[in-house]
Each structure stands twice: as C-alpha cells, then as structure tokens.
Design a protein around this ligand. Structure first.
Ligand code: ATP
Length: 474
C-alpha cells in the first residue's frame, strides 16, 4: 500500500472514530499528530478532515487552506480541480455572511455551493473564509472548503474521490505549465519557451506504433511506486532511428507536449569534459526529456577529435560513450525522477553496441517512410480531409516508392488548394518511381554487361585453349 492510500485508509478509520465521538478540532489535531506515522502526517493533516453530523445522513469535511504555515495539499488540489468545474459559473460567485458565526461565505453556486458528481456520489462544495485577529496584530483571513455528502458515500470519498481530485489537479497543472526548451552553452543550460506544435495525434506514424508509444508513456508516468518497489530509477530510454525527415525530432516534441515535460537538448559537441557533462545533467529538473540527437555522429565518443583530423590522445576527463551511459544509468538517475532519455540516429547500424545492449534503451522505435496510413494523417492535418478522388492513386504509389513524411508534408503545404497539392504529390511520387525504375534498369544493364563481359572472357579463354591445342589464335 503506498503512502497516499495508507493515509486515506487511516483517514477513513479516523472519520469513523471521530464521528462516533464528537466533531472536535482539537481532538482531530491531537489524533493526527499522535497516531500517525510521521511520513503520513503531512497528507492527512493536509486533508485536515473533521467530520461532523449536521443532519443524520450528511457529513461535512473541512479542508483548510494551511496547516500552520504549510500549504495544504488537498486544499490546493481542490482549488485547482474546482476551477475546471466553476469556470462557466464564475459570474455567479457571491459573498455573504452566515447567520450563525459571522463567517464570510463565498458561495460557488448562488449560496448553494458548487455541486459535483463522482461515481454516482453527489457533493456540495463551499468555499468559506473568516477574518481572524492575528496574534501579531491586524487581521488574517482563514479559508477552507466545506465538502458535504451523504453518509453512504464516505468510502467512495476517501478511497476514490480524494485520490481523483489529487490526480486531476496534477493533470490540470501540467496542462497549464509553460514548456521550456533548454540548450547547453558552455557549462550551463539556457532556455526558451517550447512552442513546438507536434502532438502524438498529428504525428504521421503507423497506428499500431503510435498506440504502443502512447501506452508506454502513459504507463511510465503512472509507475512511481512501481519503480520504487523494483529499486529502479524512474526513467525511460527511447532510441529513435530512421532516415532524415521521418519525424524523429517531431516525436520528441510530441512526447514533451503529451507529458508536459521540458526538453533538454544536449549538444555533446559543446561539452568539453566528463565533469562538465555531469554538471549539466545534474542541473536538469525532474519531469524532463533529455535528447541527444544524431548520437552516431554528434561526437566520436570513444576517442574524439575536435578538428576531425588525426585522433587526439584521449584525455582522462574526455566525454566517452561509456562515461555518458554509466552516469545516466547510475548516479544521475538517482538524483531526479520522471526522466525520459531520447537518443536519435539516422543510422542504427553505426551505433556502438553498448547503446543497443538490452536494458540500455528501453524501446527502439523505427521511424519509417510514409505509408498510406501516415499519408492520411498528414492529409487530415494539413487540409482537413479524410478522403479525396486522388487518394487511391497516391496510396498505390506510396506502396511502391520511398518518400519521407517531411517530403509529403512539403507538397501538402504548397497551396491552400488541396487538388493542386495532391497533384504535386503525385508528380513527386511518379518522379521517384521513375528514378527507382531507372536505377533498376541500369542495375540490370550493368549486371547484363558483367555477365556479357564474363561470357566474352570465357569465350576468349576457350578460344585460347582451342588455339593452344590447334595452334590457332586471334
Ligand atoms: N512522422 C511525421 N509526422 C508528421 N510530420 C512529419 C513527420 N516526419 C516529418 N514530418 C514533417 O517534416 C519536418 C521534419 O521532420 P523531423 O525534423 O521531425 O524529422 P527527423 O527525422 O528528425 O529529421 P532529421 O533526422 O533530419 O533530424 C517536421 O517539421 C514535420 O513537419
């Protein structure tokens, strides 16, 4: 059981106890502080849940803004979660004073509070705030949510609704996050906003491959506890290989957009020593994608030479492939979490076997030429069309020639007129087809010529042999 579910389990028992005794804040605090193991204290005290009966069937939980000076995680999550529920109703927000205790009640829904339904359970939320005298003088405002629900939904609330709110708020915050693209310069990272439009949806990949990637990423981000349990660092490595223009860089951007992770684009040519490389890697934040593009040629990792001429004598602190990989797998991987590492190459066969060893890169993804399915994705992206009279011809040609998605994309961008674009694409595909046929013919010719040369040679030899026997020669 992870700490969150343990805490929720505890809260559940705790509610039952408290409900049967009385709703006392003091008692609640004492119980939390005394009964709870320290590692769970923050979560439960953050839920700051008191239960008291207003009516026999209704329970109300108070979720306060802070626990002492510490922000309350559940309050914060609830605020984020409710934002998505009240966006259309914000104009109806109003403040009023409650009759009984002079509280200022901010009603989210015309004094009734905001209603929410989860797994059939109905909830009423109220944001309440109260001015209090600060011990240091002046007034301070205390805020809390009152969450009311029927007694019978107690289990669902603790076991599913609260975890759902915590989870949803994480997703909402991630979606709001501005992504960054970091690049290494000298010894440090500098960054700009990442506004790459690629998404897994718009990427032209074979449907099955795309689905596999999406499932793999979704599984990865949910597996914090699992990685902890198996004693492995929470990271995942992808090796992307394929010809230029097949979408390797676009896939990196799409992964970052999908996970809402920043990208760290590491240019190894800029890194002059292992020590500096480690410094850069350690400075990376969690929830990030580390990319090393064209790993096969970005650097001669075994024994590199900046001038590209004679190999220089390796220095003890030179960046080496094994140094890089060991650090990524070893110390670095334990210094952070939720990291994706992507290496790209146009030539998988040129890679050092150490990189291809099982367990090094978790997934090897081949980015291929544009097939009929990928073409349809591109046509839909660029011209919002799912069918067209020219599709059949294009799809037949795509089965015969190799064209990259980048080349197809270029044709589709030529004009706003889809007919013109598709006609241009057909021209390109036909040119490629003729080239292939031309190559095949010339290959056949040279093969025939070789055979003919071979035949002529054999005839000459036979003639010579005959000549030798008869004494006749040319
Ligand atoms: N699979 C794809 N899906 C959608 N668009 C693609 C795809 N592949 C290429 N493109 C288009 O072509 C452009 C170039 O592709 P990209 O840079 O991602 O290819 P690459 O494989 O990384 O190439 P290189 O090896 O030269 O870096 C992209 O900006 C995109 O518009």
């Amino acid at each position: 059981m992870d700490s969150q579910s343990q805490a929720i389990e505890f809260t559940k028992k705790y509610f039952t106890t408290i409900a049967s005794i009385t709703a006392s804040t003091m008692l609640a605090r004492t119980l939390i502080n005394e009964c709870l193991p320290s590692e769970l204290r923050s979560l439960v005290s953050s839920s700051k849940a008191k239960l008291f009966s207003r009516f026999s069937t209704e329970h109300t939980i108070i979720i306060q803004q802070t626990e002492g000076l510490t922000p309350n995680e559940l309050y914060d999550a609830a605020s984020t979660y409710l934002r998505t529920k009240i966006s259309l109703r914000m104009k109806r927000l109003r403040a009023s004073k409650s009759e009984d205790n002079n509280n200022i009640i901010v009603s989210l829904d015309d004094g009734e509070g905001l209603a929410d339904i989860f797994q059939g359970a109905e909830y009423k939320w109220k944001l309440v705030s109260e001015e209090k005298e600060s011990p240091r003088g002046g007034a301070i405002k205390i805020k809390w949510y009152e969450l009311s629900f029927h007694n019978k939904y107690k289990e669902i609330t603790l076991n599913a609704y609260f975890p759902h709110i915590l989870e949803r708020s994480k997703d909402i915050k991630a979606a709001d996050k501005r992504l960054k693209l970091y690049m290494n310069q000298y010894d440090s990272w500098s960054c700009i906003d990442l506004n790459h439009p690629a998404t897994l949806e718009t990427l032209a990949l074979e449907a099955e491959l795309k689905q596999t990637i999406i499932e793999d990423l979704a599984r990865f981000v949910k597996r914090k506890q699992y990685y902890k349990k198996i004693g492995k660092a929470w990271k995942r490595g992808y090796l992307l290989f394929g010809p230029p223009g097949t979408g390797k860089s676009s896939l990196v951007a799409a992964i970052a957009n999908y996970l809402r992770f920043d990208i760290y684009d590491l240019d190894l040519k800029e890194v002059t020593s292992n020590t500096r490389l480690k410094r850069l890697l350690v400075a990376m934040k969690n929830k990030s994608v580390l990319v090393i593009e064209d790993i096969d040629c970005s650097i001669d990792l075994q024994n590199r030479d900046e001038e590209g001429e004679d190999k220089k004598k390796p220095n003890k602190d030179d960046v080496t492939l094994s140094g890089l990989l060991n650090f990524i797998d070893g110390l670095w991987s334990t210094s952070g979490e939720e990291r994706i590492i992507v290496l790209t190459t146009n030539y998988k066969d040129r890679l050092d076997p150490a990189l291809l060893r099982p367990g090094r890169m978790d997934m090897h993804i081949q980015m291929g030429y544009c097939g009929p399915n990928s073409f349809k994705v591109l046509a839909s992206n660029y011209h919002d069309i799912d069918e067209h009279p020219l599709f059949e011809e294009i799809e037949e040609l795509l089965k015969e020639v190799q064209v990259t998605p980048a080349e197809v994309a270029e044709e589709l961008l030529r004009s706003d007129d889809v007919d013109i674009c598709l006609a241009c694409l057909i021209q390109l595909l036909n040119r490629k087809k003729e080239e292939v046929q031309g190559n095949e013919e010339s290959a056949e010719d040279s093969h025939d010529n070789k055979e003919k040369d071979g035949d002529d040679k054999q005839i000459d030899e036979e003639k010579q042999q005959v000549g030798a026997k008869t004494g006749v020669s040319d």
